[in-house]
Write a protein that binds this ligand. Structure first.
Ligand code: ARG
Length: 284
């Protein structure tokens, strides 16, 4: 992908022509989804979850990816691992190299090996067993130039150096400060190349400065859109799949030449996740 310095975001300027790139995603059907423990502020075990509806909503997301031309692989859900549906946390894959996940909370720990097993069984020969806690693409997001890496709630920032030496790509550490946005992928999303969107208040003052320096043209997302997990979005360079409640954000994206597609994942929101959480990108 070529990088051109562009200034297409100011009012009146024509929106950039967007180009879709086909992706490969790994997903996990929420067959055993429920909220029986609380490890983030979104989770309330007293609130009922409709597992059948969760499956239906998830199937619509999977079907949408297929309709858009993407490949969706599936990993078998494991009984007793209700959060396994949040496939983004299962690993980070860059240049076909698989960095396994290691979870902070005991309730999710068995997911790490389950995902690594899938990659072993599916022919991924370059795999790394993590030394430090990292929750996969929950806290690692990949742009053309960088791997952006979150810490503060889940991933150990020593995992950032581990990722840098494994992938051979520069890793930028970003500190999260709002417990509602406990994973990087709840506060920031990659739209295309080196173009991102994020909610500034989710980051420490110094990390905001880093983001402003590296991404002066980023889409800044409002508190209201962040609070419906609008940033938990998946872009293929043209289509941006995001929670349908993030209406203003959808307009911001449209003005940039993207095609926002709103989806309803109300049941999975009860676990503290949405579109991106359910989607692990496998980068060849
Ligand atoms: N209940 C899960 C947890 O707290 C939600 C994970 C959401 N995944 C994500 N990529 N942000 O770990």
């Amino acid at each position: 992908m070529t990088l051109e310095p562009t200034r297409t975001t100011t009012a009146g300027a024509p929106a950039k022509t967007r180009v879709q790139r086909r992706r490969r995603y790994l997903m996990c059907r929420p067959a055993h989804f429920e909220v029986v423990y609380a490890i983030n502020p979104w989770m309330d075990p007293a609130k009922p979850v409709d597992t059948a509806l969760a499956v239906l909503q998830w199937e619509r997301l999977r079907d949408l990816y297929v309709e858009l031309g993407h490949t969706v692989d599936l990993i078998d859900p494991v009984p007793g691992l209700p959060d396994m549906v949040y496939a983004a946390n299962g690993a980070t894959v860059v240049d076909g190299k698989v960095l396994g996940a290691s979870f902070r909370n005991a309730e999710r720990r068995a997911e790490g090996p389950a995902y690594l097993d899938w990659f072993r069984a599916n022919g991924f020969t370059t795999r790394h067993d993590p030394e430090y806690v990292n929750e996969g693409e929950g806290d690692f997001l990949v742009t053309d130039r960088f791997v952006l890496a979150g810490y503060g709630f889940r991933s150990d920032d020593r995992s950032h150096r581990e990722a840098q030496s494994f992938f051979g790509r520069p890793v930028i550490s970003l500190e999260l400060v709002d417990p509602r946005y406990y994973h990087l992928d709840t506060a920031l999303a990659v739209l295309d190349g080196d173009e991102i969107m994020y909610h500034p208040e989710a980051f420490s003052e110094s990390s905001r400065a880093v983001l402003r320096t590296l991404f002066p043209d980023a889409v800044e997302v409002s508190a209201a859109d962040a609070a419906v997990l609008g940033l938990n979005a998946v872009s293929d360079g043209l289509h941006v799949v995001l929670p349908e409640a993030a209406g203003t954000l959808a307009e911001q994206l449209r003005a940039r030449g993207f095609r926002p597609i709103g989806v309803d994942l109300s049941e999975l929101l009860k676990g503290g996740g949405s579109v991106k959480c359910c989607t692990l990108e496998i980068r060849p």
